[in-house]
Design a protein around this ligand. Structure first.
Ligand SMILES: CC(C)(COP(=O)(O)OP(=O)(O)OC[C@H]1O[C@@H](n2cnc3c(N)ncnc32)[C@H](O)[C@@H]1OP(=O)(O)O)[C@@H](O)C(=O)NCCC(=O)NCCS
Length: 154
């Protein structure tokens, strides 16, 4: 049975507090990544219906700093489903600026012993969901090939 890919979405909002900042008084990147990871986890967990663990984070770009008091919105949606893996795109926006950061988090569907298990395959409601899925599939294949070449040359 197929599951609709749009089931895998999650949104959270946060306010930047003094403890979240670095010595420049802007947000510490690791804190923002943790917020993104937990929002993306919710999207992947909702789709998978059981436990998932983070295996990889790609294309992390910090575009603008965030300051104490800024309110950020973290939006996530699934872009690709592999055999055992689920890729989630995460965007961070603030009231003042459009995109602050975006990245792709990959989770693996696991059993109670932490072993990877197949994830249910997706169906699509819109043409755009399928186009994004096909594009991310190609990107994943390129990444795998690049990693293989990197291993060979090292
Ligand atoms: C996740 C884990 C169970 C996978 O183990 P595994 O099944 O032996 O690993 P595999 O190499 O077979 O890969 C499993 C899936 O992850 C994907 N994957 C592995 N490395 C990846 C990478 N660098 N980038 C993207 N996807 C990756 C594989 O493509 C595969 O997906 P597919 O089945 O959809 O094709 C294991 O690596 C693990 O336990 N990692 C630690 C997770 C963790 O502690 N995370 C932090 C806290 S949540």
């Amino acid at each position: 049975m197929l599951r609709n890919i749009s089931l895998g979405t999650a949104v959270s909002e946060k306010v930047v507090l003094p403890n979240d900042t670095n010595h420049y008084s802007t947000i510490f990147g690791g804190t923002l990544l943790a917020w993104m990871d937990s929002t993306a986890f919710i999207a992947a967990r909702k789709y998978a219906g059981n436990d998932v663990v983070t295996v990889s984070v790609d294309n992390v770009v910090f575009r603008s700093p965030l300051n104490v008091g800024d309110i950020v919105k973290i939006s996530s949606h699934i872009t690709f489903i592999g055999n055992t893996s689920i890729e989630v795109c995460v965007d961070v926006t603030s009231e003042k600026r459009k995109i602050i950061e975006n990245a792709y988090f990959t989770f693996v569907n696991v059993d109670k012993d932490g072993k990877s298990i197949p994830v249910v395959q997706p169906s699509f409601k819109t043409k755009e969901e399928k186009e994004i899925y096909d594009m991310r599939k190609k990107q994943k294949e390129c990444k795998k090939q690049a990693e293989r070449l990197c291993l060979i040359s090292s």
